[in-house]
Design a protein around this ligand. Structure first.
Ligand SMILES: N[C@@H](CCC[C@H](N)C(=O)O)C(=O)O
Length: 283
């Protein structure tokens, strides 16, 4: 079975994007892991599967898999690449698209300057995947790691994030503390771990140790979560420039029950065809 795909990236967070509207695709977690391998496969942080809408009021469904094969609820950089993909492949002529994800509908919009803006929905502060946080008014939660308390803010952008403020993202212990927070027993569904350095009320530097994927060059939902956490902590203005190792995003949030807006690039690197064996690839 041959599968056509595009390799895409948003700020260096990279994706294998598959048209599941015109191709019948069924991939096992094992296969996704193999495809995601940077030496033996195509290599990506996440695989995005574009599928037909299940309802009349939306345009597409969109499924997201980390490169370990696990399916996740949301992906910000992926949402921008998804919008660029359906437009460039002629699957939709609309400038603004309604897309169903595992955790609600989001609305990517193609801008005239090649950027994509996405209404990422309303953040949540006592997400159901983090049962110990019953009080959404509590903005900072202590988290014990090997006897040291880390002051984290928990934000769900559909997927879970634990954000902390650090003095310098370049020297922050991402590789050692990231996995410990990701797999901390207080996060039974695991968590994406954000390290945010406040540069000013309008600008942050951010590194994210992503759940299942490890540190990526940028994380879109991580940027939304960090800005929301910073605004709730009284450290940031409603419009913030987020600088990552892969480039910059603009994140806007008006507070309370308002949706978060994310704006940034979405780039196609190449198109490809992969020849896969086995019936699991042909539905
Ligand atoms: N890179 C993404 C987030 C992908 C999913 C994440 N690793 C999770 O497990 O929730 C983004 O840009 O948001």
């Amino acid at each position: 079975m041959k599968i056509q795909f595009s390799k895409m990236q948003g700020l260096g967070n990279d994706f294998m994007v598959i048209d599941g509207v015109n191709q019948q695709i069924k991939l096992s977690p094992d296969t996704i892991r193999q495809l995601g391998d940077r030496h033996f496969g195509i290599g990506f942080d996440q695989l995005l599967l574009v599928e037909p809408a299940t309802r009349d009021d939306i345009d597409f469904s969109y499924r997201i898999f980390n490169n370990d094969g696990s399916e996740v609820e949301q992906c910000g950089n992926g949402a921008r690449c998804f919008a660029r993909f359906v437009h460039d492949k002629g699957l939709s002529l609309k400038q603004e698209i309604a897309v169903e994800t595992a955790r609600g509908v989001i609305y990517p919009r193609l801008e005239n300057n090649d950027n994509v803006s996405v209404n990422m929905g309303v953040p949540q502060f006592a997400p159901k995947e983090i049962p110990f946080i019953a009080d959404s008014d509590q903005i900072i939660h202590p988290l014990d790691i090997d006897g040291t308390n880390f002051a984290i803010s928990v934000v769900s952008m559909g997927n879970p994030h634990a954000v902390q403020v650090v003095a310098d993202v370049e020297t922050a212990p991402i590789a050692s503390i990231g996995p410990k927070i990701e797999t901390h027993p207080r996060f039974p569904a695991k968590v994406n771990v954000g390290f945010m350095q406040i540069i000013s009320r309008d600008e942050i530097r951010l590194r994210v140790f992503e759940r299942a994927a490890g540190e990526t060059l940028a994380c879109g939902t991580g940027a939304c979560a960090a800005v929301v956490a910073g605004i709730r902590r009284g450290l940031l203005n409603p419009l913030v420039r987020v600088i990552t190792h892969g480039g910059e995003l603009s994140i806007a949030w008006g507070g309370d029950s308002q949706a978060v807006w994310m704006t940034g690039p979405a780039i196609t690197v190449f198109d490809g065809i992969i020849n896969l064996q086995g019936e699991e690839y042909a539905a």
